[in-house]
Design a protein around this ligand. Structure first.
Ligand code: SF4
Length: 197
């Protein structure tokens, strides 16, 4: 009999293959490749510290060349735009255009997931998410990859009050919606050892 770890791996692998096939089909209808959609999906959830070509390269595990070609195609299609960081002229930042945002809304990829997950109990979904997140965190840590976690779960995130947050790393205030975005500098919080005696 297969171990639970192997069964979980197989399930994730098969879901990942199916998701990629869905993405390929959804993209083909728009004349786009899966990588183009992956870039748009990333920019749709990345925060203002993570919307650079370098962050994209790390998140998608692609080469710089592939990422810059992808950005050129998407910019030509007016699905994203590039701008120079007003605080550092060497840094290029990327932002979804209205057209890019609208395109994501029309894609059917992920809708089957939403429908199925809505029929499961929230407690089961939460525990599935917890296990998958733990595995992801471990795999990322073992391979020295960045976690790209959600801001609100970062060790640098300080809650100042209702809907008021502060980033200890960048020393800047964060709005509530920003704390729900993913970040290149996300750092898992340090676990506090249990009190002795
Ligand atoms: S708190 Fe962490 S995740 Fe949020 S912006 Fe700062 S470094 Fe990024």
């Amino acid at each position: 009999m297969k171990s639970q770890a192997l069964t979980l791996f197989d399930l994730v692998e098969r879901l990942s293959l199916l998701t990629r096939a869905d993405l390929r089909q959804a993209g083909a209808a728009q004349g786009l490749q899966p990588v183009h959609l992956q870039v748009l999906f990333y920019l749709n959830q990345a925060n203002r510290y993570s919307n650079t070509p370098q962050a994209l390269t790390e998140y998608l595990g692609l080469t710089k060349g592939t990422v810059s070609q992808t950005i050129i195609v998407l910019a030509r299609r007016r699905l994203l735009s590039r701008y120079t960081d007003p605080r550092d002229g060497r840094v290029v930042r990327l932002i979804l255009t209205e057209g890019g945002g609208n395109l994501l809304k029309t894609l059917s990829a992920g809708s089957a997931w939403r429908d199925i997950v809505q029929t499961a109990s929230p407690a089961r979904v939460s525990s599935a998410m917890m296990v998958l997140r733990q595995v992801l965190t471990q795999v990322q840590a073992q391979s020295g990859k960045r976690s790209f976690g959600v801001c609100v779960t970062c060790g640098h995130n300080q809650r100042l009050g209702p809907r008021s947050y502060f980033c200890g790393l960048f020393q800047e205030k964060l709005s509530s919606p920003e704390t729900r975005r993913i970040c290149r500098e996300h750092t898992p919080p340090v676990a506090t050892p249990p009190a002795q005696g």
